[in-house]
Write a protein that binds this ligand. Sequence first.
Ligand SMILES: [Zn+2]
Length: 325
Amino acid sequence: MRKIFYTMLIFMLTACLSGCSDEAKDTNANEIPTEVATGKIDDKPTSDGKTDTKTSDGKPAETKPEVKPTVTAQEGKDYVVAADDYSNLQLADPTIPVYDKYNIWERQEKGLPVALPELAPYEAESTVYLTFDDGPDDKVTPQVLDILKAEGVKATFYVCGNMVDANPTVLKRIFDEGHAIGNHSYNHDYKQIYASPWAFMEQIIQTDESIRNVIGVRPFIIRAPGGAGGMFNANYYAMVDDCGYVEHDWNVLTEDATPSRPNASDQVNNVLKYLGEQPPRTVILLMHCNGDKAETVKALPEIIHFLRDWGYKFGVVTPMTPQPW
Ligand SMILES: [Zn+2]
């Protein structure tokens, strides 16, 4: 427990000394920032329109979820809720999402572990993890969900908090249909997120609360906007570990968010290109499910079909999912 306090203290002091965010300056380094713990951050960040994560229907990011939590945070058939001591996280089945009923502040207050224990990576079968970033929106994400349902496969959605606040019913559908939900920051604004490790973590914690408001539980899995491999230094990795999250980048992508905007056929070919002649045992496939991603929707059935033909199992990302490199 001391480790996390100590780490946050160091980062906040470092942030202040280097003259970064107002949040860090306003925070007493000896205390948990209660405005974060309660989800009442005054300067609630919103999309600045520079990223592709703004709400597709123009709703303000402050929109309150109308969906009430219906999950009682009990262990169910379709997902696992972490035990207080994390003793039940080593799963034999890679298709079951894992969540926590507590946020990290509640774990600290209760004297429970925050950092995750060592977990053996799932490597029993060749497994593909379809991942969709930057949603949920109210147009493309439901189309992706329709395809996944028709094909009978599970996937992972790395969601942004402002999109969750704007489209809570879509998040609820993702959860109810057995897919995994991961955390992809609140507003995807690189300038804010990467001001400091603590600025990054504030957005993760804020998004956890947006998610928990809708489904009653929060994820352990996160994906750094832009990928940790390109954006993190050692301090970010240490912060993520100490706060009990697991970050996963990808090793295969459709390139659906690149400026070239490949059509469906090109996206299928891009996947084949990254898989190469000796496809990896673990495939973490990056796609997006917001905005103008109609070609991704068109490409998805064919991608699923040939991966299935090649013998891959379809899993959801959990803390035991192997890293893609
Ligand atoms: Zn993204």
